[in-house]
Design a protein around this ligand. Structure first.
Ligand code: ADP
Ligand code: ZN
Length: 206
């Protein structure tokens, strides 16, 4: 689905959602770049996680980059959107507070095109708030799938490879991988099997 319309008086919400490595950030960056090429005023935000301020940019796993602003809450995000901004991009939607859907609604009601990327499930396969609530109110939804690193089928799950019961454990390579329904094992890291399987795959790589 491609949304070509120029931002008008009527705003709307687009959500890009799926597992890690499924291309959410790439798709978000692609849409935001196209809006910039169309000379629309674009503002891009990502949340501060665990009080850590990352770089002021969104970076995809394939190293696509776009400048962004760090915000601590959805309230701060709304406050930082300029009157004349036409497109608002938001990455890592799952790390925002539960007011994110209301914040997006407020911006869309002010005529902005709001595009949010975020994980739909956590490492146990549970819906990752506030993404489900956002999906319910969005006009457009794109579900992205990664490739299962075990079997090569489309992957809808984020497999955690290290033992931790924290819902938020930030990182990618070595901590998480994409897996399909069949190969996903939410309890894998508990037993230490994850690391062994990973090492075995590295050893047997062609
Ligand atoms: P997301 O934001 O959903 O985590 P990104 O947009 O950051 O995803 O990265 C997607 C890119 O990750 C792909 O284009 C590809 O280059 C790379 N990649 C690494 N592992 C995988 C995988 N298992 N399946 C698909 N893409 C992968
Ligand atoms: Zn698989």
């Amino acid at each position: 689905m491609e949304i070509h319309r120029k931002a008008s008086e009527h705003g709307w919400i687009e959500v890009i959602t799926g597992s890690m490595f499924s291309g959410k950030s790439e798709e978000l960056i692609r849409r935001l770049r196209r809006a910039q090429i169309a000379r629309q005023k674009v503002q891009i935000f990502k949340p501060v996680v665990d009080n850590r301020y990352g770089e002021d940019q969104i970076v995809s796993h394939s190293d696509m980059r776009i400048a962004s602003q760090n915000v601590r809450s959805s309230e701060e995000l709304v406050a930082r959107v300029d009157e004349d901004t036409e497109v608002v991009g938001i990455d890592e939607g799952q790390f925002f507070d539960l007011n994110l859907p209301t914040a997006c609604d407020t911006l869309a009601n002010r005529g902005k095109r709001v595009i949010v990327a975020g994980l739909d499930q956590d490492y146990l396969g549970r819906p990752f708030e506030p993404m489900p609530q956002l999906l319910a109110i969005a006009e457009y939804i794109t579900k992205t799938l990664a490739i299962c690193v075990v079997c090569g089928e489309p992957a809808n799950h984020t497999q955690r490879l290290v033992a931790s019961s924290d819902r938020v454990l930030v990182g990618a390579t070595g901590l998480y991988e994409a897996r399909c329904r069949h190969c996903f094992d939410p309890y894998l890291a508990d037993t230490g099997k994850g690391k062994e399987q990973d090492a075995e795959r590295q050893r047997t790589k062609p």
